[in-house]
Design a protein around this ligand. Structure first.
Ligand SMILES: Nc1ncnc2c1ncn2[C@@H]1O[C@H](COP(=O)(O)OP(=O)(O)OP(=O)(O)O)[C@@H](O)[C@H]1O
Ligand SMILES: [Mg+2]
Length: 493
């Protein structure tokens, strides 16, 4: 027996015109955490889909417990003990936790009769395995992403998983939730399960992984132990360049505010919030989950309705009751949950980017297709969206590249105020820097930007002013050089 649970040699895979995997080698050992890292579109999800039998490899060999697996189907992968937790978590939102946990074992056991008692036992057993307590009768759709994920992990354990693959599990989690997830991962690892973790956050890779595989453009660039690997080397392997995030230097902040929020309150979420936003500045609003930061942002876009206070645009009081109204006031909002909001996957990339700027592009009500593609191409180039043709559907893109489309959709619109909620969630560090640079450029051209984020490093690099929220109130404000992670952390808790 070799020391490996899974070994892959010379894996090759092409989609029409795209060489997604170019003779990739990969191996995972039991009881260890392997991180698969690399920029958006480098081939991570494709490799996972080959392991789990969703895609068939064009070339190469796959060994599981030293046995050559000629053809992997999803059923074969499950039988071997391979379980994938995809980003969408493949849960049934309308069913309860219990039903979600039991449903697959019911199906595999080919039982036709529903036995509530047995379902409950199955579900309880699964939850106890990771020492996790939750209401079995809660509807899945009402749970937080973190809880959904733990339920998905439990479900994997019910299949006697030997290898659990998690595709960017931390993307939508807060720091606290990431810590909880990592505790569970360590527990699984101690029980001898191999974990494959896809991600591109440097800190997380160093915190959780034993081994790292870095890919770039479908090729292996590093495969080895995490210990001994230097931070700057890892970044270089991932991006092929040195990354120095440049701080935002505001060039011309307008004297008059473009947006004023005056004593705004929303029951149970925030209270007595007042601030001013000027053209040319990037205002950060940070706070822990539940501090009211997201509800405040949603109020500016007509998705929450404050019960008292005023919103003033260019000196005039406005009522923002709907996103349409916000848009007509030239306020844009990029949601946090971009994976599910604001993207038509079965439509061309270009149409997605141009969706909210159709008015600008139309002359007398008519829009020429070429105009859409020409305009969209500018954003494809600016954001380095990995595609050879913007006419292709959005679902041919990798996850991170889909996120870039949602962002470009808003940046392509003619706006005065742009609210970004977690602007770089899910994008790799190279793209992150590109997005930051672009937002700096837009601010310096006169856009007023609000960044809502609990990624303190992101707030520090990008904001000229920061408001810290806690329990629905503004508890601190910082400007310029005073904006440091330590200063924010001191008052955020
Ligand atoms: N079904 C498909 N049809 C055509 N091209 C595809 C398909 N799936 C993936 N690709 C292409 O293969 C390449 C690798 O994509 P993949 O999804 O594996 O990237 P990734 O490393 O998971 O990226 P991300 O970090 O953005 O999720 C990309 O260029 C992508 O556009
Ligand atoms: Mg992916």
């Amino acid at each position: 027996m070799s020391e490996y649970l899974l070994q892959m040699k010379g894996i090759d895979k092409s989609f029409s015109g795209v060489h997604a995997l170019d003779h990739v080698d990969f191996a995972v050992r039991p009881g260890r955490v392997m991180c698969l890292a690399g920029e958006n579109g480098c081939g991570k999800s494709t490799l996972v889909k080959i392991i789990s039998g969703v895609y068939t490899r064009d070339e190469g060999e796959v060994y599981f417990e030293d046995k050559l697996i000629e053809h992997i189907t999803p059923a074969e992968a499950t039988r071997l003990g391979i379980q994938v937790i995809y980003q969408d978590l493949s849960i049934f939102p309308n069913l309860t936790v219990m039903e979600n946990l039991a449903i697959n074992s019911e199906i595999t056991a080919n039982r036709k009769l529903v036995n509530k008692k047995r379902w409950e036992e199955t579900a309880k057993e699964a939850l106890s395995k990771i020492g996790y307590d939750i209401d079995l009768y809660a509807k899945m759709g009402t749970l937080s992403v973190a809880d959904k994920q733990l339920v998905a992990i439990c479900r994997a354990l019910l299949f006697n998983a030997k290898l659990i693959i998690m595709d960017e599990p931390t993307t939508a989690l807060t720091k606290k939730e990431v810590d909880a997830l990592f505790r569970t991962v360590r527990q699984l690892k101690e029980s001898g399960i191999a974990i494959m973790f896809i991600g591109h956050k440097i800190e997380e890779i160093f915190e959780i992984s034993d081994d790292v595989c870095v890919m770039r453009n479908g090729k292996n660039v590093f495969l080895g132990e995490t210990r001994g690997l230097e931070r700057k080397d890892l970044i270089y392997y991932m991006t092929g360049r040195e990354i120095n995030d440049d701080f935002f230097v505001p060039k011309n902040i307008s004297e008059k505010p473009v947006l004023e929020v005056d004593k705004l309150s929303l029951k149970n979420h925030f209270d007595d919030i007042s601030f001013k936003l000027h053209k040319g500045e990037i205002l950060g609003i940070t706070g822990l989950l539940g501090s009211g930061r997201t509800e405040l942002a949603l109020s500016l876009f007509g998705l929450e309705h404050p019960h008292s206070g005023k919103i003033i645009m260019n000196g005039r009081e406005v009522k923002i009751k709907s996103p349409q109204q916000a848009q007509s006031l030239k306020i844009g909002y990029v949601p946090e949950d971009r994976l599910t909001e604001g993207l038509c996957l079965a439509q061309p990339i270009a149409d997605n980017i141009e969706l909210s700027s159709l008015k600008r592009l139309s002359k007398g009500g008519l829009i020429k297709k070429e105009t859409i593609y020409r305009d969209a191409q500018i954003w494809v180039d600016k954001f380095k969206i990995k595609t050879d043709d913007a006419r292709k559907n959005a679902n041919t893109l990798s996850g991170g590249n889909q996120q870039k489309i949602v962002l470009s959709k808003w940046l392509a619109t003619d706006l005065e105020v742009l609210v970004l909620n977690g602007p770089t969630v899910g994008v790799d560090i190279g793209a992150k820097q590109d997005i930051h640079a672009l937002v700096h450029e837009l601010a310096n051209e006169g856009l007023a930007v609000i960044i809502i984020s609990d990624d303190l490093a992101e707030v520090v690099v990008n904001c000229s002013r920061v408001l810290v929220m806690k329990a629905g109130r503004i508890v601190g404000e910082m400007e310029g050089k005073d904006i440091t992670e330590e200063n924010i952390r001191e008052i955020i808790m």
